[in-house]
Structure formats: structure tokens, C-alpha cells
Design a protein around this ligand. Structure first.
Ligand code: HEM
Length: 445
């Protein structure tokens, strides 16, 4: 009798274990995960947040602790996990907007600056902002990008004629990407690819993410006491955008982006917040990806092979190279999220554990490579470079077209030589830049 009872119990437990979506014996509370040592009260692991080598520090933690999800502590009873496991990252990204959100600190910072658009907002606000952005960039014809890539060629050629043949790549490509987003999304032309034009808007926009990064990662909001200059820049850029948007309204009733905003009955401050978001999100991300991409193509000696290809063959080979370069040096490898509620992952870390994440916990998703670690879930796809789930980057296709069209022109018209390779590991300030990457262009006779 006793034996039969035990047998029944065993079978019931076996069934429960097989059919349950989560194997309970392998559950682990996030706070019990391994944590990098040597970080003490009062700021613990926050001492690393946002530093220029923060991305490399994450890799170091993962390698040293031999696990792809680690626990980190922040001041004032806050805590979080760094996730470098592809499957868990995919699951978390897809569970938005219900289960996870962007870190609330991001929304607070962007709201304080009155630029709470599609990137930083949440809930219904995000839904309407996102609709406007998605519609604004939908169906952009890549043919619109081609004339701007020709301007890039002319800009470099004319500079060479004036004995200026060396260029800081991120700066050069920022002129191009700001011009592309201005022209194809807003129908206005800032002429940044004309010799002698100062890229005023582009330069101001470039300072925004690094300063926002400082605010996001600072333990004490010192900017409330000593100005960090961010509010002033945002005010200036907003002024510029307001003027542009007002003049666009008068000039062109059919401007796609504005038309969508007006249809949504969006007030001016929301339109500006989203215009702002589009510029900030589109400009440096694409310029830096182009810079890393060209560096990769030059250093791996792929230039001559690429030049032999045309049409679809070129596009395929080129996309492959850019994706390889993005895998090696992703420009946006860190995504800051926060749990809306208690959540247990269905995917397991590389110790085979499902992880229970508390409500309010901070999540630092790391989509870069942890080189020395043999990651069990290392599947890579281009979408992870652009995030995932409902909040995936809406500019992904434009960015890839922009990069392909721009670099193809350069490869076709110039010989290119690296003068200074920049910082091989990259410098993190929300995005990862190659720093002082300089190249020399000479015209192909
Ligand atoms: C190579 C260039 C680019 C990279 C690597 C990149 C990467 C990213 C990443 C990682 C995110 C976060 C996604 C997530 O949370 O799941 C994002 C969001 C976003 N990106 Fe991009 N991006 C690029 C270009 C662009 C362009 C060209 C545009 C616009 C034309 C754009 C507009 C946005 C917007 C509006 C968001 C916020 C989406 C939301 O929260 O709903 N991005 N991008």
C-alpha cells in the first residue's frame, strides 16, 4: 500500500516536472546569482555604470564569473542583473511593453527635458509616439538616399581639391546621416555636405546622448545643482526644430512625418519630442555603424573583392560584411530595462537555470560578444543589434540602406587608407564609438 502510494506520487511529480513550463528545481532568484566581487557600499557596482569601458567591464564580469547572467547592486536598495544570454535577452525584449519597460530613469530624464518621445515614453504615450514614428519612416524610398550619397562623394572630392584629404570618420558620416534623416523624413535640407557649412544641428545632437548617459549612470543627480549643459543644448535644438517644423507646415502640406503627427492630433511639444527622438536615434547610431563597417572592410582587405561585385551580389556580400562588423563592434550593445512585475524567464542561463526577476529590478541587456566565454546560446542575428519585440528599432531598414548606399559610393570613387585606427575596443557613452578613427581618401583616377 505504502509502495503503491509512493509510486503514484512519483508519477504525479514526474508529470508535473515534464509538463510544467518551468522546471522548479532549476529556478534561481536573481539576487542569488553570482555577483562581481570587490564592489563596496555605498555605490557598489554603480561605480562602473556609464564609464567609457563599461561594455568591456561587462565582458570581464561574464568571463570571470563564468556565467552569462550576473547580479549587480546599486545604491539606495536598488539592484539589477546584467544579461549576456541571447535567449533570455530575446525573451525579455519580446515581453515588452507589458512585463518590462525601458529603465524609468530614462523616462524621467527625457521628460525633464521635454523630449519624451517614442524612445523614452511608456504605455499609451509610447503607443501613439511609436505609431507616428513608424508611419513617418515607413515606405521611405531608398532612391531618396542616393542623391545624398552623391553629395558625400562631392564633399570629399572638393575637400581633396583643397588639400584636405584626411577625415575623422564618425564626424564625416554624421554630416551624411543627419542630412539623410533631414531630407528623407522631414523634407528639409540642412546642406551639411556642402563645403563651408557648419553642421550646427548635427554637432549639437551629437552631445545629447553622451550627456544623457552621464545622467542615467550618475548616482547623485548633480546636474540639478551644477548645470551639465544638456538642458541648454536641448532648448537650442528644440528651438531649431520648432522653426523648421513651423516653416515646413507653411511650405509643404504633404510632409509625411508632419502629416502623421497632425492626423494623430499631436500637439506641438509632442511633435518636437518625436522629431528630436528621430534625429538623436538615427544620426550617430548609423554614422558609427558606418565608421566601424568601413574600418572592418579596410582592415580585412575586402575592398578589392567588393569592387568586383555589382547589383544584388554587392548588396548581399556587403550586408554580410556589415553584419559581421556589427557583431564584432555593436554600436548600441547595452539596453537598460526595468521589470514591471515579478517575472520568471522561460529561457535558461548557461547554468541551466530559469531566473526570477523582482518587480522594479533593473536589467542591463548586453548584446555584445563575451569573447573568451563559450556561450551556450550564442546565436546572433541582426535584429539583436536593433533590439527586439515591439520596441525594435523602427529605423533598421533605412539604416542598412543608408550604410550600404553611402559606403558603396565611397568604395567606388576613392582609394581609402586608415591613418589612425582609433580605439580598437571602442568608447562607450551610450553608444560605442571608435573614437579617433581617421582615414585618407584619394580619388580613383
Ligand atoms: C545602425 C543604426 C541603428 C542602430 C544600431 C539602432 C539601434 C537601436 C536599438 C538597439 C534600439 C533599442 C531597441 C529596443 O529597445 O528593443 C533602437 C531604438 C530606436 N531607434 Fe534605432 N538604431 C539605428 C538606426 C535608427 C534610425 C536610422 C532610426 C530612425 C530613422 C532609428 C530610430 C529609433 C527609434 C525611434 C527607437 C525607439 C523605438 C521604441 O522605443 O519604440 N534608429 N535603435
Amino acid at each position: 500500500m505504502n509502495r503503491l502510494y509512493l509510486l503514484h506520487l512519483y508519477i504525479v511529480l514526474l508529470i508535473l516536472n515534464v509538463f510544467s513550463p518551468i522546471s522548479y528545481s532549476l529556478l534561481i532568484d536573481a539576487v542569488s546569482l553570482p555577483s562581481p566581487s570587490g564592489y563596496r557600499f555605498p555605490i557598489y557596482h554603480a561605480s562602473e555604470l556609464g564609464k567609457p569601458k563599461f561594455h568591456k567591464k561587462i565582458e570581464e564580469w561574464v568571463v570571470e564569473l563564468e556565467t552569462d547572467v550576473v547580479y549587480v547592486k546599486f545604491p539606495i536598495f536598488k539592484h539589477g542583473i546584467v544579461i549576456a544570454n541571447g535567449d533570455i535577452i530575446d525573451e525579455v525584449l519580446k515581453a515588452r511593453p507589458e512585463k518590462f519597460r525601458r529603465s524609468s530613469k530614462i523616462e524621467v530624464i527625457f521628460s525633464e527635458l521635454n523630449i519624451n518621445g517614442a524612445f523614452s515614453s511608456e504605455g499609451d504615450d509610447w503607443r501613439s509616439n511609436r505609431r507616428v514614428i513608424t508611419e513617418g519612416v515607413k515606405g521611405i524610398d531608398s532612391k531618396l538616399i542616393e542623391p545624398i550619397s552623391q553629395r558625400l562623394v562631392d564633399f570629399i572630392s572638393q575637400s581633396i581639391d583643397q588639400d584636405q584629404d584626411e577625415f575623422l570618420l564618425p564626424e564625416l558620416f554624421n554630416r551624411y546621416t543627419t542630412e539623410v534623416v533631414s531630407v528623407v523624413v522631414f523634407d528639409f535640407d540642412p546642406m551639411y555636405l556642402q563645403l563651408g557649412t557648419l553642421p550646427d544641428l548635427s554637432e549639437k545632437l551629437l552631445r545629447i546622448l553622451p550627456l544623457a548617459n552621464k545622467r542615467i549612470s550618475s548616482v547623485i543627480p548633480t546636474h540639478k545643482i551644477f548645470s551639465d549643459g544638456l538642458s541648454e543644448i536641448v532648448l537650442e535644438v528644440n528651438g531649431l526644430l520648432r522653426n523648421k517644423i513651423r516653416s515646413l507646415r507653411q511650405l509643404d502640406e504633404n510632409n509625411k512625418f508632419l502629416e502623421r503627427c497632425i492626423k494623430q492630433e499631436m500637439d506641438e511639444s509632442h511633435i518636437i519630442a518625436n522629431a528630436f527622438t528621430l534625429f538623436v536615434a538615427a544620426q550617430d547610431t548609423t554614422a558609427l555603424t558606418m565608421s566601424w563597417g568601413l574600418k572592418y572592410i579596410l582592415e580585412y582587405g575586402c575592398l578589392d573583392n567588393l569592387r568586383l561585385l555589382s547589383g544584388e551580389d554587392f548588396k548581399q556580400q556587403f550586408d554580410r560584411l556589415i553584419l559581421e562588423s556589427m557583431k564584432k563592434n555593436p554600436v548600441a550593445p547595452i539596453i537598460y530595462l526595468e521589470a514591471n512585475e515579478k517575472y520568471t524567464t522561460e529561457a535558461k542561463n548557461d547554468n541551466g537555470q530559469n531566473i526570477t526577476i523582482d518587480k522594479g529590478m533593473q536589467l542591463i541587456l548586453y548584446t555584445g560578444n563575451c569573447k573568451d566565454k563559450k556561450m551556450k546560446s550564442s546565436k546572433f542575428n541582426k535584429h539583436r543589434n536593433f533590439g527586439g519585440g515591439m520596441r525594435i528599432c523602427p529605423g533598421m531598414n533605412i539604416a542598412m540602406d543608408e550604410i550600404c548606399i553611402g559606403l558603396k559610393q565611397l568604395i567606388t570613387h576613392f582609394n581609402i587608407e586608415v591613418i589612425n585606427p582609433g580605439d580598437e575596443e571602442g568608447i562607450f557613452d551610450f553608444l560605442v564609438s571608435p573614437g579617433d578613427l581617421r582615414v585618407k581618401f584619394s580619388k580613383i583616377p
